[in-house]
Design a protein around this ligand. Structure first.
Ligand code: TRP
Ligand code: ZN
Length: 893
């Protein structure tokens, strides 16, 4: 055997280099024999030359595999016949059709990357997306190679009574030495990234679903015995998702069984493996006493997301990983619409938009910015981003809104029908939409190929004599790493005009009023050029424009609203989203005032903000969840996005000042509302109950800003008597996050009681970790280091890492951005040290933790330099993973 030179430099992969594979794998037969400490994988691949590709060389992916046997058509290959590199096995078969057999040895127990086959607590499980299958066996590990999989798993019967893989169970039985086996066959061809295998000691909850054509599907959720009581919500969510996908998209499930397995150690939320979804426990398990409302909603959303992938991802899959948003953007759009239908549509929209603006916009403005269809990457794991997922969903949403529900459904029907069983591109998706509608979506290419958030600047003019109102819209998109000068985007701008007495009818220059529908106060303007004007006729008064209703495009809107304009929108706009947005803008104005006043300066709250809130408190018909969001000040990340140079401490201080000022100004309303909503009713996770709790707890967080003794007692009482985790942890959070000394003292006691009460519930302990990591009080670095030493901490569990390190670095501005006296001190140095340690174990998680440092260029000099020097030190590390190398090197470029 020849050993190829190891490649030291990290390689960049380009979309333009895409070529079909040289071989297809028609059939994949695996035998996975699990023993304590080692696992043997036999693979039998029925292969066929792809006649459209020249050259007969076969390059199989394989990483960390110990090759024990290799044969073609039953003939063992002599060592001259193949070359083995660190990540490829090359050979040149002599025939067009053949069977390639290999046997490899792997060590799942030693696999800390949580990619490939690994052990998590009591079970063996797999994670193959994107390129983890190559850590299990030699293969063409790319999504355009789709194969028919048969998998035989064997293991010790007492250690691993449950043996699962994709598809249907075809055979099971006993073997010698206390072992047993199970053989699974998946009738649907699939790429290797959708392969899954689970072996372990698991209990299950069973249910069933009858599909629209009358087929019975067995539904099974596998968890550790102790968690059996926490599966009901996931099961109900699964059944709702199955029904919704039939009703909304005409998509029926296609196997006799659908399984979900919950694992504790998992790099992401969940994975859509065909017929055998694998979930992070945090996205399956839910019970009122241990799970917050947000947790319940996350379970529902993630169960739906993974289920919906069965069509958008599995039946129709991606040609290559540049197409990742084809399945992720579309599936996020689908799960978001599902959640909107299950709860409140406007509330869900506000949540999605907040996530996008706080985190995706920052990504789009940083060194890792990339289009939703990137054209190059070093490590694909780094591209499971908010851009691919959330911005990708926004682009699908724009298409859906431009087409309207009926045409969009026709478009998705055509897409699923045309491409069933294929591995396709985002262009194929857009083509189906164009074909059913006759619409020209060619300018949408720019949304797919250009990174960056467009800035939409709007100026208006009213001509009293001509009764004409003109909106002039210009778009500009800042340069991003892949492209400096941007072509204009096709931007749907949904809008209305607000007059003194209500909304005005809209008649554009070339329209005749009589031809327009009666309710004609809401419109989508299609902005396609760099600058464009829209002239409205018969406008009786100078209106206040209601712009970007429902956040109709993922852009930054710049219109010079006065505070009185914003008040008019809050009070008179019919669109819930723009009303929310106007309140947020009033808050932003107040925060800017506080920032302008400076640290020691006197800040006076403009009275229009509390006045608006007072009138909202009085509006009985206002959705309580909506009001809770309106009362929540813009997140620090969102505020940072608005600054030309970020001073994180100044942002934190300004936001706190506004919060205190509001707490004072609204004390009466806040307390009254809190008391009115504090009635103990049995827990239910329906939208209305969630809304009530969220409004109540937002009020509590204000009341705890500078609490009286009586208020502090109220909060302690809520903490001690709560019968659900939402209220319990909200009270605890209010104490911890308060800057008041008495509140902090109460928090210390409550935190230790909480741990004693919940120490056996890992997911609750994670919330407890995250809350302390976010504690803004001085001394945070010492506290976070103590948390890392805590008995319940586990440095190989991603949920715990995210709670403590992620919580501190992403959610604790005063402490994370404390610089320390030397470069070895301070929050940034802490993060760099943690990354260095984690990178050797789990590069995917290490690379994700880097995010806060990558934005260094946006910060004021002292912060900026300190972040940069940590990145430079990381780059010097000899053994940096490709994952971290890509992020660090691009950040410094
Ligand atoms: N496809 C998964 C989803 O539904 C994402 C995912 C799960 C993933 N685990 C992963 C991606 C590990 C990369 C690595 O969104
Ligand atoms: Zn997904």
């Amino acid at each position: 055997m020849n050993i190829a030179e190891p490649t030291s430099a990290v390689q960049t992969v380009y979309l333009n280099d895409y070529q079909q594979p040289a071989y297809w794998i028609d059939k994949t037969e695996l035998e996975v024999d699990i023993y304590s400490g080692e696992t043997f994988v036999r693979s039998r691949l029925t292969m066929r030359k792809n006649s459209s590709i020249e050259g007969a060389q076969l390059d199989l992916h394989g990483e960390g595999l110990e090759l024990l046997e290799i044969a073609i058509d039953g003939e063992p290959l002599s060592e001259e016949r193949y070359v083995q590199g660190p990540s490829v096995l090359s050979l040149t078969p002599e025939t067009e059709k053949f069977v390639l057999e290999t046997k490899v040895r792997i060590e799942p127990e030693q696999n800390t990357s949580l990619e490939g086959l690994y052990r998590s607590r009591t079970m063996y499980c797999t994670q193959c997306e994107a390129e983890g299958f190559r850590k299990i066996t030699y293969y063409l590990d790319r999504p355009d190679v789709m194969s028919d999989f048969t998998t035989r798993v064997s293991a010790d019967k007492s250690r691993c009574p449950v043996l699962l893989s994709n598809g249907n169970l075809v055979e099971a039985g006993s073997l010698d030495n206390g072992r047993h086996f199970a053989t699974w066959h998946d009738p649907h061809k699939k790429p290797a990234y959708l392969f899954a295998l689970v072996a372990g000691d698991l209990a299950k909850v069973e249910d069933s679903f009858t599909t629209c054509s009358g087929k019975q599907v067995a539904l099974e959720i596998f968890v550790e015995e102790k968690d059996l009581g926490k599966c009901d919500h996931a099961m109900q969510s699964l059944k709702k998702s199955m029904q919704w996908d039939e009703q909304t998209y005409g998509r029926e499930y296609d196997l006799d069984i659908f399984m979900i397995v919950a694992v504790d150690d998992f790099n992401m939320g969940a994975m859509e493996n065909k017929g055998l979804n694998i979930f992070n426990t945090s996205c399956v398990l839910a019970s009122p006493t241990t799970t917050t409302d947000a947790g319940f909603q996350r379970v529902e959303g993630v169960v739906a997301h993974e289920y919906f992938h069965n069509w958008s991802g599995n039946r129709v899959t991606c040609r290559d990983w540049f197409q990742l948003s084809l399945k992720e953007g579309f599936t996020v759009y689908r799960d978001s619409e599902f959640s909107a239908d299950m709860g409140s549509r406007t509330v869900k929209r506000v949540e999605d938009v907040s996530l996008l603006r706080t985190h995706q916009f920052a990504e789009d403005a940083g060194p890792m910015a990339h289009p939703i269809r990137p054209s190059s990457y070093m490590e694909i794991s780094n591209f499971y981003t908010l851009t691919i997922y959330e911005k990708g969903a926004e682009v699908v949403r724009m298409i859906a809104n431009l087409l309207g529900p009926e045409l969009f459904r026709k478009g998705t029907d055509l897409y699923f029908e045309r491409h069933d069983g294929q591995a396709v591109t985002t262009e194929d998706f857009v083509r189906a939409m164009a074909d059913v509608s006759g619409r020209d979506f060619s300018q949408f290419d720019n949304w797919y190929n250009q990174a960056g958030t467009p800035e939409l600047t709007i100026v208006d003019a009213y001509d009293e004599n001509a009764r004409e109102y003109t909106l002039t819209v210009s778009q500009y998109t800042p340069a991003t790493p892949e492209c400096a000068v941007k072509k204009p985007f096709h931007i749907p701008l949904r809008m209305g005009l607000i007059g003194e007495a209500g909304e005005l009818a809209l008649t554009l220059a070339d329209e005749i009023a009589e031809d327009l529908p009666e309710d004609n106060t809401d419109r989508v303007l299609e902005v396609t050029q760099t600058t464009q004007s829209f002239v409205f006729h018969n406008v009786p008064e100078k209106p206040v424009p209601s712009l970007l209703r429902n956040f109709s495009a993922p852009v930054k809107l710049k219109y010079d609203y006065s505070r009185d304009d914003l008040c008019a929108i809050v009070m008179r706009d019919s669109n819930g989203f723009t009303r929310y947005e106007a309140v947020q803008s009033l808050c932003m104005a107040a925060i800017n005032d506080a920032m302008a006043a400076g640290e020691g300066g006197r800040f006076v709250l403009d009275e229009r903000l509390p006045r608006v809130y007072r009138s909202l408190f009085a509006q009985a018909e206002l959705d309580q969840a909506m009001f809770a969001y309106m009362l929540t000040l813009p997140a620090e990340g969102y505020i940072a996005e608005q600054q030309s140079e970020i001073d994180p401490q100044a942002i934190y201080q300004a936001r706190s000042k506004v919060k205190s000022a509001l707490a004072q100004a609204l004390a009466g309303e806040l307390e009254q509302t809190y008391r009115a909503l504090s009635v103990d009713v049995e827990y239910s996770a329906d939208a209305e109950s969630i809304a009530r709790r969220s409004l109540k707890n937002v009020c509590l967080s204000y009341l705890m800003d500078q609490p009286s003794d009586a208020t502090l007692e109220l909060c302690k009482t809520q903490f001690e008597t709560a019968t659900n985790m939402t209220d319990e942890i909200a009270a605890l959070t209010a104490m911890v996050m308060s800057e008041n000394a008495k509140a902090q003292a109460a928090a210390a006691v409550a935190l230790s009681d909480f741990y004693v009460k919940w120490r056996d519930e890992a997911l609750v302990v994670n919330q407890w970790f995250a809350l302390q990591a976010r504690n803004p009080a001085a001394g945070g670095l010492k506290r976070v280091n103590d948390l890392l030493q805590h008995e319940a901490y586990d440095s190989s569990n991603p949920n715990k890492i995210r709670a403590v390190i992620g919580g501190f670095c992403g959610g604790n501005t005063p402490n994370f951005h404390s610089l320390g006296e030397t470069p070895e001190q301070g929050g940034y140095a802490f993060l760099a040290q943690q990354i260095q340690q984690l990178d050797a174990k789990n590069p995917q998680i290490a690379a994700r933790l880097l995010t806060p440092l990558t934005r260094w260029r946006r910060y004021a000099p002292a912060y900026s330099q300190a972040m940069r020097s940590q990145l430079e030190a990381l780059l010097e590390m000899p053994s940096l993973s490709p994952d971290c190398y890509e992020v660090v090197s691009k950040s410094l470029a």
